[in-house]
Structures are given as C-alpha cells and as structure tokens.
Write a protein that binds this ligand. Structure first.
Ligand code: ADP
Length: 394
C-alpha cells in the first residue's frame, strides 16, 4: 500500500515541496513556490514528466500553501491521501535531539529558539502553521538540521568562552546539514555492505553551503558548522572560519556595522569573494582560462577541506571511509582529485578514471586496494526526510 508523505522546506521567500511514497520511495510530485511576500510570485508543480506553472501574488506562507493545495487538487496527486507531513527545520537547539511529532508545545519551543536562527526558524514555523491548517487530520513531523549532531561530545561543542554567558544564550556548536550527513553516511555503509556502527567515516557535504563531519561507529563526534551555518569550510558565498577578531577589525577599520559584517561574511565572501563567482561550473571555466584569482580560490577551498579531514582523522583515531556529496562533491572531479591526492600519504589512493565518471548512483573513486575508501554518494534530503517522517509516525 502506498504511503504518500508531503515534505516541506519553507524559507523566508520560498517553499520547496515533494510528495514521496514512503513505501516505494518513488517521487510523486515536486514543487517550488518562489517570491512569497512580493507583488508577484510563481509556483511550479511537476507530476512525473508533466510540468505546471502559475504566477500570482503570495502575500504569506498561508496563501502560498493554499495555492499549493489548489495545484494538487487540479493536477494531482491527491493531498487527501497523504499520511503525514515532514517539515525541514533548521535549528532544533539543545531541545530537539531527534525528529519530533509536532504539537503546540513543539511550536512554542521552536518559537523560543528563534534567536538562534532568526532568518530560518520564523518561516519554518509559518510553514508548519499553514500546513497544519491545510492538512489538520494527519501528523506533522519536524526534522531538524541540527539533530544528527546532538551526539557531539562536550569537548567538541563547547566554545572556549565564559560558561555563564554560553549557557545563558545557548552558545555552542550545533552543526547543520545533519539530515544529509546522516543519510549519506548510512548510504555509504550500505553501499560497502559494512555495519554502520563498525566504521569511522568523514562526510564532506559540499554544496553552496558546505560542511564536513566526523562519524565514529555511526555516532557524529564533530562537524565544521557551529552556532550558525557560517563556520567551517569555505562555501559559495560564506567565508567559513575566519579569525574571530575580524568582526571588531572590520568595525574599527572599515566602519562596518554588525549587520554589514554579517552580510559581508555570509553573502559576499567564500568563493564569491575570492573569485567573483560562487558556482563551481563558472569557477572551473575561469581556472581553465588562466584566471589567477579563481585558481587561488580553489586552492584555499581545498586547503580548508584538507585541514578538516586531517583533524577529523586525528579525532576519529583513523578513518575507513571518506564520502563526497552535494552539488560540488557530486559533480566536481577537480575538487575531489585535489583533496584526495593531498591525502595520498595517509592511505587515500584515487582511481582517476572512476573519479571522472558521472553518475547519480553511489560509487567508489578510490582504488580497490586503497587503505581508506573514498566514495561519492548523492545526497537526497527529501528521501531522508520521508524515511524520518515515516519512522516518527510509526
Ligand atoms: P545547496 O543545496 O546548498 O544550494 P547544492 O548541493 O545544490 O547546493 O550545490 C550547488 C552547487 O553545486 C552549485 O553552486 C555549484 O557550485 C555546484 N555544482 C552543481 N553542478 C555542478 C557541476 N556540474 N560541476 C561543478 N559544480 C557543480
């Protein structure tokens, strides 16, 4: 029997949705609502190979989801068959350590967490409230980006700052992209036919946002994002790690306000700041054309990755599997080659031909006798959410 699950990912001005049959894991519909809150927005709805688009104003998430329901009514599949709704929630703070069935107390707790994710949690909550109004008879489930990292030990999540202040404001490393790190590490173990609890893994989720995690016997023990998703690796437009003194320095020397420093580090830094482009397809073209800035940007990107892999190998006491995932990790043989070549002295032996192959399937890119196995495993956050939702309601 089919078990359609509606998955919602609500941003401040957009909603991504999918219906996945949790039994067969087939995608039944995919949609995207854009420019919520503007004078005119769009909704794109696809069912199989059929695509439907409409333009109209969506003043808020409630009206956007009403229109989503209208698209389902007109073009299918039937929303009344949906058995549960899974909501992607960015920040679960210390309270939410796992996927949680939503009730009033969960919404109240999520509201209390808004200071930790002021840009992400409010639209998430608006989406939950709108979807509960739309589909009041099924369970709604919150899947937190932070939950997979709830197992980090205190020595990994504690910042070396005054403990009273840290406690009062909930300042610690939380980690993000957890749904992807969890899904990909499980897929990697399944692909290798290894027991998840018996191997040490490093997962590099390299998308527009990027993070890396150390997973010891199936338990996350460290990750590169922190209190916010700005920390760690170099990203499309985010700086990742910088000297914490940089904020004060920019304020004093460049007369930037705190808001300006935030925008600078989140939107104008990373590969964009270094090379003028944030997309690796553009970056690779610039490098091929001999652009020195682009070349340096790539070197900085790979160096940061290398230092994280090295430190996570030390934290784990040895690693069995390194896995690349997300847009860059799945599609840039150059990034993978540069990193794995630098790791060769530590037992990572690249198979250059396998590294060049394109596929939507999990695959090995190290040689068969490489002491450490290197994989590419496509992430699928919606499928991971569908599995989590089914488990939470069962
Ligand atoms: P997010 O979900 O964080 O927005 P994705 O995981 O979809 O990001 O990754 C998007 C990024 O992946 C793009 O910005 C681009 O840099 C990279 N990317 C996508 N396709 C390719 C490709 N064919 N070659 C190189 N990089 C790619």
């Amino acid at each position: 029997m089919s078990k359609p699950i509606l998955l919602l990912n609500c941003g401040s001005s957009s909603v991504k949705y999918q219906v996945i049959d949790a039994e067969s894991e087939a995608v039944m519909a995919i949609g995207l609502i854009q420019r919520i809150g503007e004078d005119e927005g769009t909704i794109d709805h696809s069912v199989g190979s059929e695509k439907y688009s409409q333009q109209r104003a969506f003043p808020d998430h409630r009206i956007a989801l009403q229109q989503m329901a209208a698209m389902f009514a007109e073009y299918g599949p039937e929303l009344k068959d949906v058995v549960a709704v899974g909501h992607r929630c960015v920040h679960g703070g210390e309270r939410f350590r796992e996927t949680t069935v939503i009730d009033e107390s969960v919404i109240a707790a999520m509201q209390e967490l808004i200071p930790l994710a002021p840009l992400h949690n409010p639209p998430g909550i608006a989406g939950i409230e709108a979807a509960r109004a739309q589909l009041p008879d099924v369970k709604h489930v919150a899947i937190f980006d932070t939950a997979f990292f709830a197992t980090l030990p205190p020595q990994a999540y504690t910042y070396a700052i005054d403990t009273d202040i840290a406690k009062r404001y909930g300042i610690r490393k939380y980690g993000f992209h957890g749904t992807s790190h969890s899904y990909v590490s499980k897929q990697a173990a399944a692909f290798l036919e290894k027991d998840y609890s018996q191997i040490n893994q490093i997962v590099a989720h390299l998308g527009n946002g990027a993070s890396i995690s150390a997973i010891q016997g199936g338990v996350a023990v460290d990750t590169s994002m922190g209190l916010t998703p700005l920390a760690g690796l170099v990203m499309g437009t985010r700086s990742g790690d910088v000297d914490p003194g940089l904020h004060g320095f920019l304020a004093a020397q460049a007369q930037m306000s705190l808001a300006e420093v935030n925008t600078f580090l989140n939107n104008k830094s990373g590969m964009q700041g270094l090379s003028g482009v944030n997309d690796f397809r553009d970056l690779e073209k610039l490098i091929a054309a001999g652009d020195e800035r682009a070349k340096l940007a790539m070197d900085v990107y790979v160096r940061r990755l290398l230092t994280y892999v090295g430190s996570y190998m030390a934290v784990l006491g040895g690693v069995d599997v390194l896995t690349f995932t997300a847009g860059v990790g799945e599609n840039s043989p150059d990034v993978r080659e540069k990193l794995v070549r630098a790791l060769e002295p530590w037992g990572f032996i690249l198979d250059p031909k396998a590294n060049q192959e394109r596929s939507k399937q999990p695959r090995r890119i190290s040689t068969v006798d490489s002491p450490v196995t290197v994989l590419v495993v496509p992430t699928n956050e919606e499928l991971a959410m569908a599995r989590e939702t089914l488990a939470a309601i069962s």
